[in-house]
Ligand binder design. Structure first.
Ligand code: BTN
Length: 321
C-alpha cells in the first residue's frame, strides 16, 4: 500500500511538518497533502495544526510480526504453521479459507475491506485500530465434534483480557458476542470448509475493538459499541494478538478430545442477560422468555411460559426484552 510509509512515520503520534514528511517520503508537499487525504479514507484521523504540521493524536501501535511472535507462548509456537501479518485484506477469515492455507495458519490484518460478521453482516475494520485475527485448524471428525467451539472461543477471549490485561467485566452474549457495559466489544465468526462430515477446515475469526475512533466507523455500526481504550485500557495490539494466539491455538487442538464441558461453567460465569427477560429472533419467529443459560453442548436455554426450551443455530439473535 502506497500510504504505508506515511502511516509508519506518523505512527509515533508526534507532529510532522508537511516539508519534513515530503523529505522523508521523497515526494513534493502537494503529494504529501494528497496522501494525507488518503488516510481519512482508511479511517485514520489526521490532526492538522497551523505552524506545527500533522499528527495522529495518540499515535498508532502498528502490527509487527516479530513483536507478536515474541508474545506467543512456547506451548503454542510449534503449533503455528504461518503467521500472516497483512496490511490489507478483504477478510482474514476468507484468506484462511483459500486453497493455500494450512492447519495452524494465523492471519492478522491492519485493515479489512470486506470484514464479515455473523448473519451476513459486515464487520467495520478501520486501519490500525483494532484486532482482526483468524486461525485455521483442521479436524478429521467433522463439525459434529465441534459443538460449542465458538462459545469456548468467547470464554478464552474474555479470560485472556481479564488474566493477561486486567480487563474485568466483559460478558458473553449467546452465542459469542463479547460485551462490556452492555455494548459490543468484539465478536467471533467461525467458518468451515471441506467435508462437514469428515476432514474439514475450520477458520476461527475474532474481531476485537481496541481503540477505534468514532469518525473512522461513521454510520457503519448500527449498535452500541465500545473499545478497550474507552474502557480505560491502552493495550499494545501486538501483545494482545500474541496472548490471544497463545491461548486459542492449544484450545483448538484439544477441543475434539475435551469438548465443551470444561468451558460450560466458565461461560455461565460470564453470561449476559442471565435470568433476564429476552426476545429471541429466529428466521421464522420471535420468542419471548427468560434467559436461563446454556446446556452442556452450549445451546441456549430459555424459559418460555414455565417451560425450558433449547435453541441452537447460527441464525438466532438474542436481545433484552
Ligand atoms: C460478529 O458478527 O460478532 C462476528 C465478527 C467477527 C469479525 C472477525 S474480524 C476477523 C475475522 N475476519 C472476518 O472477516 N471476520 C472475523
Amino acid at each position: 500500500m502506497a500510504l504505508s510509509e506515511l502511516i509508519k512515520t506518523l505512527a509515533d503520534g508526534e507532529f510532522h511538518s508537511g516539508e519534513s514528511l515530503g523529505v522523508a517520503l521523497g515526494v513534493s508537499r502537494a503529494a504529501v497533502w494528497k496522501r494525507l487525504k488518503g488516510l481519512s479514507a482508511l479511517g485514520i484521523e489526521v490532526e492538522s495544526v497551523k505552524g506545527r504540521g500533522y499528527r495522529l493524536a495518540g499515535g498508532l501501535c502498528l502490527l509487527n510480526a516479530q513483536s507478536i511472535s515474541a508474545a506467543i507462548s512456547p506451548e503454542a509456537q510449534p503449533l503455528i504453521a504461518n503467521l500472516f501479518c497483512l496490511e490489507e485484506v478483504d477478510s482474514t477469515n476468507q484468506y484462511l479459507l483459500l486453497e493455500h492455507a494450512r492447519r495452524g495458519d494465523v492471519c492478522l490484518a491492519e485493515r479489512q475491506t470486506a470484514g464479515r460478521g455473523r448473519r451476513g453482516r459486515a464487520w467495520a475494520s478501520p486501519y490500525g485500530q483494532n484486532m482482526y485475527l483468524s486461525i485455521r485448524w483442521q479436524y478429521e471428525q467433522g463439525v459434529a465434534a465441534l459443538e460449542g467451539l465458538s462459545l469456548a472461543v468467547g470464554v478464552i477471549v474474555s479470560e485472556v483480557l481479564e488474566q493477561d490485561f486486567g480487563v474485568t467485566g466483559t460478558k458473553l452474549k449467546w452465542p459469542n458476542d463479547l460485551l462490556m457495559s452492555g455494548r459490543k466489544l468484539g465478536g467471533v465468526l467461525i467458518e468451515v470448509g471441506g467435508d462437514l462430515t469428515g476432514d474439514c477446515a475450520v477458520v476461527v475469526g475474532l474481531g476485537l475493538n481496541v481503540s477505534m475512533s468514532q469518525a473512522s466507523v461513521g454510520q457503519a455500526i448500527n449498535q452500541p459499541w465500545i473499545d478497550l481504550l474507552q474502557a480505560g485500557m491502552a493495550i499494545d495490539r501486538n501483545e494482545l494478538c500474541g496472548k490471544m494466539i497463545s491461548r486459542l491455538i492449544p484450545a483448538l487442538q484439544s477441543f475434539p478430545q475435551l469438548g465443551f464441558l470444561p468451558y460450560h461453567q466458565r461461560w455461565m460465569a460470564r453470561a449476559a442477560f442471565l435470568d433476564q427477560s429476552v426476545v429471541l429472533t429466529t428466521p421464522a419467529r420471535s420468542v419471548s422468555g427468560v434467559m436461563r443459560g446454556i446446556d452442556r453442548g452450549g445451546n441456549l436455554v430459555v424459559e418460555v411460559e414455565n417451560e425450558l426450551q433449547v435453541f441452537s443455530g447460527g441464525e438466532i439473535s438474542l436481545r433484552l426484552a
